[in-house]
Design a protein around this ligand. Structure first.
Ligand code: CP3
Length: 344
């Protein structure tokens, strides 16, 4: 393959450590960027922005232009799947997502088995636009939410600190809850395959709320559905590169990696370095894990924290990233400082 066509981000996912790790940031397109706020203001609602291909492509590319990250992530949201399933999904300014709650078996019986993926055609169009514009060395990431995390919003109808409504539903009505999960598994496979067909080079599965589950429930509701999605995607695209992000999985990361078959795991900032090196990074690449709050802080604290991510994980396969999404109040200059420290 000609050198110009290789992508360091994809090389790490394929098993080749890079001397300077590829870098991107979760939620890299967003409110900390003035150019994002400008486009966001003229788009109308948040979903209008997600479903305007030119504007979604533009905000996807903004952080690449400004910082030269090694990967772009398509601008969309994990809740577009409930939307394509015909559920009502709204984003209120300052309040986060609002959905019609799916909190009893009677309501679950009305859940459509198949999403109307034509409703997500603008996302695929945005992917094609971005792929056509991006430098060939920069990877394009498609994504979906893991079924457990998407289900927490569908059941409660909004975000909660501990996902009590979804946990209760899974205990009280395991069959109805399993139906929600199964519908999300099937449709996430189709959605991810369509993103690959539209030009995504790799995929990430966001399981932001994995960490609130006890081990047996984690195995049932996080690991197993993710395993089925990975297998379903690979049944059609055998070499699909997939990153899992079971936030808060801690000691269960080796089991997650073993069972799901992901190429990399994204780790949060609480991950214990020796454990990760010995039990996780020996099998797959790791992505992470700077605390987003130290990026808000900047200064020497930021330099020390970047050095420690590199010292902890830089001798193996590493994609440098944050341990979760960037905070909207992050000063832009700190992102530049972080990149300089990583790349030298
Ligand atoms: O990473 C990127 O730059 C790509 C875009 C992206 C968004 N959401 C845009 C967004 C991605 C990958 C997501 C994933 C997502 N969405 C997750 C998993 C990752 C994570 O951060 O935990 C979750 C749980 C959601 C659901 C969601 N979307 C919530 C809870 C909220 C409200 C909270 C908030 O940050 O405002 C959103 C809205 C959202 N999604 C915004 C953005 C840029 C902010 C909306 C705005 O600009 O008005």
């Amino acid at each position: 393959m000609p050198h110009s066509a290789t992508k360091p981000f994809i090389d790490v996912l394929s098993g080749q450590r890079q001397v300077i790790p590829p870098v991107w940031m979760m939620r890299q397109a967003g409110r900390y960027l003035p150019e994002y706020r400008e486009v966001r203001a003229k788009a109308g609602g948040f979903l209008d922005l997600c479903f305007s291909p030119e504007l979604a492509a533009e905000v996807t590319l903004q952080p690449i232009r400004r910082f030269g990250f090694d990967a772009a992530i398509i601008f969309s949201d994990i809740l577009v799947i409930p939307y394509a399933l015909g559920r009502s999904v709204r984003f209120e300014v300052g309040e986060g997502p609002r959905l019609e709650p799916l909190d009893d078996p009677g309501k679950v019986a009305t859940l459509a088995p198949r999403a109307d993926l034509t409703k997500l055609a603008p996302v695929f169009e945005a992917l094609r636009i971005v792929r056509g514009t991006l430098d060939s060395k920069v990877a394009l990431i498609g994504f979906c939410g893991a079924p457990w995390t998407v289900a927490t919003y569908m059941v409660a109808g909004h975000g909660t600190p501990d996902q009590a409504p979804a946990r209760m539903m899974a205990y009280r009505h395991p069959e109805a809850f399993a139906k929600i999960i199964d519908v999300l598994v099937d449709n996430s496979i189709e959605y991810l395959l369509a993103q690959l067909a539209a030009g995504a080079d790799a995929l990430q599965i966001f399981d932001t709320w994995a960490g609130v589950l006890p081990p047996a429930e984690f195995a049932r509701w996080s690991i197993d559905p993710t395993r089925r999605i990975v297998a379903g995607v690979r049944a059609k695209v055998p070499d699909a590169k997939i990153i899992g992000f079971p936030r808060g999985a801690g000691a269960q990361l080796p089991a997650y990696v073993e069972a799901t078959g992901v190429n990399a795991v994204s780790i949060d900032w609480t991950a214990e370095p020796t454990f990760i090196r010995e039990r996780v990074q020996t099998r797959v690449a790791v992505q992470g894990n700077l605390d987003p709050l130290v990026l808000v802080t900047g200064g020497e604290a930021l330099d020390r924290a970047v050095d420690s991510v590199l010292a902890n994980f830089g001798h193996g396969r590493l994609i440098f990233n944050l341990g979760h999404g960037i905070q909207p109040e992050t000063p832009i200059a700190h992102v530049g400082q972080m990149l300089k420290r990583v790349r030298g």
